[in-house]
Design a protein around this ligand. Sequence first.
Ligand code: NAI
Ligand code: DG6
Length: 510
Amino acid sequence: MSGIGFVGEPIVVESPNVEYSKNEIISRYEYRESRVVGNRVTPLNENLIFKTQRQVPKTGVLLVGWGGNNGTTLTAGILANKLKTTWMTKEGEHHANFLGSICRSVTMRIGIDDNLQPVHAPLYDVVPMLNPVDLEIWGWDISSMNIADAMVRARVLDYDLQRKLYPELKDMVPWPSVYSEDFIAANQNDRADNVIQGTKQEQLQALRQNIREFKQSKGIENVIVLWTANTERYAEVREGVNDTADNLLRAIEANESEIAPSTIFAVASILEGCTYINGSPQNTFIPGVIELSERHQVLIAGDDFKTGQTKIKTVLSDFLINSGLKLASVVSYNHLGNNDGKNLSAPKTFRSKEISKSGVIDDVIRANRLIYGENEHPDHCVVIKYVPYVGDSKRAMDEYTSEIFMGGRNTIVLHNTCEDSLLAAPIIMDLILLAELCTRVEIKRAQDEEYTRMHPVLSILSFLLKSPQVPSGSPVVHSLFNQRYSITNFLRALVGLPPETFMLLEHKIP
Ligand code: NAI
Ligand code: DG6
C-alpha cells in the first residue's frame, strides 16, 4: 500500500535522546554545520539540549491598534472559531476556519511508515502549542470605537458573520493609547479620540499598569504585546537618546520628542516581562530597545507582517535565481482602500513600508556571485496607492524580468486580489502561538550547567515577517521555504528528530 500517512494526535518520539516527563520534554540534539576557511571545509558537530515546558500557560495578547482591520478581524475570527459560528452568503453556509495559519492548517513530514511512505502530522501535534481559542484578547486603540462597530467599519467580514458576532464584541472597548501626530499620517488625526494624556514617562506607566491589570483580572500567566497599529515613520537614532537602553529610559523620562509611541509600547512590554511583536515596518527596535530586551531576557520579534506580495516575491526570486536565471527587474504595484492604505499615502509612512518591502531579495542575490557582481542588484521598485473604493481588497501587480540563456528575456506578470486583513489575521495568530512556544523553550550546550532562554531576538519567526529582526551578527534569511523549514526543523529538534533532508535515501539504495 502506498500513500501519505497522517498522525491525528500528539506524537511521542521513542528514542534514547528524548525524555518526556509530566512537565517537560528534554531533547539531546546533534547540531551539524561546516566551517569554511578559504577552500577548506570542516564539518562541525555541537551537542545541544533543549528543554520544552509541556504545560501551556494561560496566555493573553494585547493588541496595539485593536480597533483596526487586522485587530478586529483577528478577534472576530478567533471568536468565530471558538463559538463554531456558521454564516450564510450567496454561496451558501460557511464555517469558521484557520486557513492561512501554519500552526493550525499546515502539516509537516515526521518520518516514514513500514512501506517507506511519508507520514505527516500537524505542527501543533509535535510539541504542545497554545490553542488560539484559549487566547485572551484585549488591547489599545487611539479610536474609542468598540470592537463590534470597528469590525463593521473595517468592511472585511461577511455581513451575516458580523451580525452574529456583534453582540459578543460590542462591550470590548480599547484602552486609550499613546498617540503622536508626528509619527503617523496626518490623515489619522480624526480617529484619535482615545488618547493617554501626560508625559512620555506617564504614558509608559499607564501602559505598564494596563498590562498588570490585564494579567491580574484574568489570571493570565503569559502576556504578549503585539503592534498592529498604523505604520509609523522611522525614528531617528540619536546618540544619547535612543542608542542604548539607559539613554532610552532617560529620554522617556525627559519627554524626548524622537521616541515613537511604538517604542514606548515596546519598553513597557519589556519592563513587564512580556514578549513584544512588531507587525509594522517602522524601526521600533532601535538599539536601545534591543539592549533592553537583552538585559531583561524578554523576547522580541518583528518587523512587518508578511502576507501576500512579499511571500510570492521571496518564492519567485528564489525560484528564478536558484534556477540559474538572472532576475534583472522587479516592479511591484499595490493599491488598496483601507485605513492602512490611507495612512501609507503619506510619504513618511510610505517610506517605512518601502524599505521593508524592498529588502526582501537581498540575501538570494548576495548568495550568487556567479550571476551577480559584488555590487550588482536588480532594479526593484515598490509603489503603493490609496484607492478608497477597493477597501480591504488589495490589488498587487508584479512584473519580474529575468535574463535567460544566450540573450533571452523571461517576463512574468502577476495580478493578485485579496482581502488584506484575512491574510494578515492568521499570520498574527501564528506569531502569537510560536512566540508563546518560544517562551517555554530553554537551551544549553551539553557541557553547560545551566539552561538559558532562547536569544531574545526571535529570528525563528522570519517566515511571518517581511523584514525579520535577527540577533546581532546573524544573517537575515528571506527565502520562504528556508524560513518554513527553520520552523519545522526547530520543532523536530525539540523532540529529538533530525532535520528534514529530502534525500529519500531509503529509496535510492538498491
Ligand atoms: P488599520 O489602519 O485598519 O488599523 C490600525 C489601527 O491602529 C487603527 O484602528 C488606528 O486607530 C490604530 N492606531 C494608530 N496609531 C495607534 C497608536 N499609537 N496606538 C494604538 N492604536 C493606534 O490597519 P491594519 O490594516 O489593521 O494594519 C495594521 C498594521 O499592520 C499597519 O501598520 C500595516 O501596515 C501592517 N500590516 C498589515 C498587513 C495586512 O496585510 N493587513 C500586512 C503587513 C503589515
Ligand atoms: C500596501 O502594500 C499595504 C501594506 O500594508 C501591505 O498590504 C502589507 O504590508 C502586505 O504586504 P505584502 O507584501 O506582505 O503582501
